[in-house]
Design a protein around this ligand. Sequence first.
Ligand code: NAD
Ligand code: ZN
Length: 243
Amino acid sequence: MNVDTLREAALVISNSEYLIALTGAGISKESNIPTFRGEDGLWRTYDVMELATPSAFVRNPTLVWEWYEWRQGLISKCDPNPAHNTLVRWEERGLLKTLITQNVDGLHRRAGSTKVLEVHGDLWALKCSFCDYQGRLNKPASGIPACPLCGKHLRPDVVWFGESLDRAIMSQVYTELEKADACIVIGTSALVQPSASFPLIVKQRGGPIIEVNIEKTMLTSAVDFHLSGKAGEILPALDELLT
Ligand code: NAD
Ligand code: ZN
């Protein structure tokens, strides 16, 4: 990693007035949570169409819940890493205004970030597809949870393939994107829309984009700074250089 590039990116962060962050599965990789598309990504091992679609849930709710139970078990044993913690510090300093995440692991909130918009939901949240019930699990599920109001199967409140994103959250996201004057994008392959184009909205309005990733992505050709390396190392290094 070129030290000058790191320094210039740190200067952009220091000078920003409305910095926002977009994070993906890569930021949680050093917390030992598998990404989706990486070398040991979840999609390489599992068939997503059998696990993360509304029709898969209708077909085989037991299998879908077993998968979520496994992921909840895994995540409950993981802790936030220095990248999550750096974003908490930046929020506390008033530097980071909003954190938009595609992650469903809840690690940003566990680390202490409060201004978080979870565009793909939260692995610990539950909802009923038949009534208005919404709830939360405080430990990994065990079997299929039943709705306390109507008795039907509850599902994880995450966005599955083929589903639209929550309107209220998206409206907040677009409001924040309109205000942002700089964007740091961490650990996302930028393949999933609409999140992949969020940074481009900031760029269109003249805001610089900083990308932190161990590899080049679909976004790399459009960014102002590509910081190549692990989020858990690059973010603390940027933090040290802030003025
Ligand atoms: P992705 O799996 O498509 O891409 C992960 C990206 O992170 C890759 O570009 C990879 O190069 C990069 N990366 C890996 N390790 C890194 C590290 N240590 N530091 C910096 N970058 C690193 O993930 P995505 O773009 O978030 O899209 C996948 C979808 O999967 C999202 O919708 C998300 O909801 C879901 N997902 C969430 C989790 C989670 O909550 N932790 C885990 C897997 C998938
Ligand atoms: Zn119900």
